[in-house]
Ligand binder design. Structure first.
Ligand SMILES: C[S@@+](CC[C@H](N)C(=O)[O-])C[C@H]1O[C@@H](n2cnc3c(N)ncnc32)[C@H](O)[C@@H]1O
Length: 334
């Protein structure tokens, strides 16, 4: 058991943290070599052994460590409290910057849009029309832009159809197994702890996005995406293009058959199903791309067709192909 956990931490250090968080990379490599830490992790349910959750829980209880010695001392001394945080919370990182990856697709669809996000966390990705975006070639701003509106930078390649205007959203709703409330200070403190230590720009943008959401929070329903999608779809207006989307969510559904069943249901219920996930989440869609998307890149897909390779936080976008037409559920066309 501890060998597999050590391997998970080494993979996290080398494939996810390297180049993005020197502290998390060093800590994860050291945890993988530490029998005491591995024994504590082995005592947790498998879903709770993940690096992001442990690293955030230790920071939540004892603050940002100076290095490995500090981390190890704090983690072992406060393990009871840290274990409670691990068991009570989960990695619900809400990265509004992912809207920069979704936007070119959303802008191509017949307007106006009804947005339904599953695995919405605090709902920050449900507000793509309320943020600003810097695509290099031009900057897109909402009409009510203020000095506090977050600006999400995205390096899009030349093939990407960078939108000239923001999408028009007339309805939005989220579904989450454990919804977070942007007005709850403790829940937002946990979201902040989930941002990696050196990523101060990202933290500032998270705080700004939470402020935007607090002004007019999206409606979020508690529920399981494998079961409760049809109920929420019924509430969507019929005269808008219904988009069901998710980003960084379906990996939490461990059974591939359940993921595929969700995909089939989403396709049957909406006009456009947008999936922004690690390629391994939907191998049959990833197989349609003629090149490998290296971790940590996400695959952006529309109605089961790959459309772009996206940085996991929306910082880059490499276009693959135009989205396919609508499902025909509502007679909308591209
Ligand atoms: C990593 S967060 C991503 C949040 C948001 N989509 C984003 O990209 O910023 C994953 C979210 O999926 C939710 N989730 C996981 N499994 C779920 C399920 N079966 N049904 C509904 N939500 C789920 C979690 O509670 C969490 O809020």
């Amino acid at each position: 058991m501890t060998t597999a956990i050590a391997e998970t931490y080494r993979r996290f250090a080398r494939e996810e943290a390297r180049g993005r968080s020197p502290l998390y990379e060093a800590l994860s490599e050291s945890i993988a070599d530490d029998p005491d830490m591995l024994a504590h992790l082995a005592d947790l349910p498998p879903a709770k052994q993940q690096p992001n959750l442990l690293l955030a829980a230790v920071r939540h209880v004892t603050g940002v460590p100076g290095g490995w010695a500090d981390f190890r001392r704090n983690a072992l001394a406060h393990w009871g409290e840290i274990r409670t945080v691990i068991m009570e919370r989960s990695t619900q990182t809400n990265e509004a910057g992912r809207c920069a990856a979704l936007l070119p697709v959303l802008a191509l669809l017949p307007q106006p849009l009804a947005l339904l996000e599953v695995g919405t966390s605090a709902g920050l990705c449900l507000l793509p029309d309320r943020y600003a975006y810097d695509y290099g070639v031009h900057v897109l701003r909402p009409v009510d832009m203020t000095a506090d509106t977050p600006v999400f930078p995205c390096r899009a390649d030349e093939a990407t159809p960078v939108p000239k205007s923001l999408p028009r959203v007339v309805w939005r709703a989220g579904l989450d197994i454990r919804p977070l409330d942007v007005k709850d200070a403790d829940q937002m403190a946990w979201l902040e702890t989930l941002v990696w230590p050196e990523q101060s720009d990202r933290l500032a943008r998270l705080r700004a996005a939470v402020q935007v959401a607090r002004a007019d929070p999206p409606s979020i329903v508690q529920g399981d995406l494998t079961r409760d999608l049809p109920l929420l779809v019924k509430e969507a207006p019929r005269d808008a293009t219904l988009v069901v989307f998710h980003t960084a969510v379906l990996a939490y559904v461990s059974d591939q058959a359940q993921r595929d069943a969700f995909a089939a249901q989403a396709l049957s219920l909406c006009d456009y199903w947008i999936s922004n996930e690690e390629p391994r989440v939907f191998p049959s869609i990833a197989a349609k791309i003629d090149r490998e998307l290296r971790p940590p890149l996400f695959m952006l897909a529309v109605n089961g067709q790959p459309v772009a390779a996206a940085h996991p936080h929306g910082a880059t976008l490499d276009w693959i192909a135009e989205p396919p037409p609508a499902n025909g559920r509502r007679k909308s066309t591209m």
